[in-house]
Write a protein that binds this ligand. Structure first.
Ligand SMILES: [Zn+2]
Length: 92
């Protein structure tokens, strides 16, 4: 069964064994877990078998809209904040 991409960021899904369950238990999660554009939702589902996990993942992936554009919010450093304050004060 082919896995649909992550419904939140569009990255490929990743299946791995789940050590807490039976021998066939699998977890499927978003593979986009690092880097500046990582998935902020990080969805994951488990299933007693690979087929069940895939069915659950694909159902969830089919239900949610795919968000293509994500906004990365970055906090300004103290220097940048002081610089912005100065530029705002002198009107440039
Ligand atoms: Zn994702």
């Amino acid at each position: 069964m082919k896995l649909k991409p992550c419904p939140f960021c569009g990255a490929p899904a990743e299946m791995q064994t789940w050590h807490g369950g039976g021998p066939l238990k699998r977890m499927i999660s978003c593979s986009n877990v690092e880097g500046p554009r990582l998935c902020h939702v990080g969805p994951a589902v488990t299933g007693a078998t690979p087929r069940q996990a895939a069915a659950r993942w694909n159902k969830r992936a089919g239900d949610a809209p795919v968000v293509i554009h994500t906004t990365v919010v970055r906090r300004m450093s103290p220097d940048e904040a002081a610089d912005k304050e100065f530029r705002d004060a002198i009107g440039v």
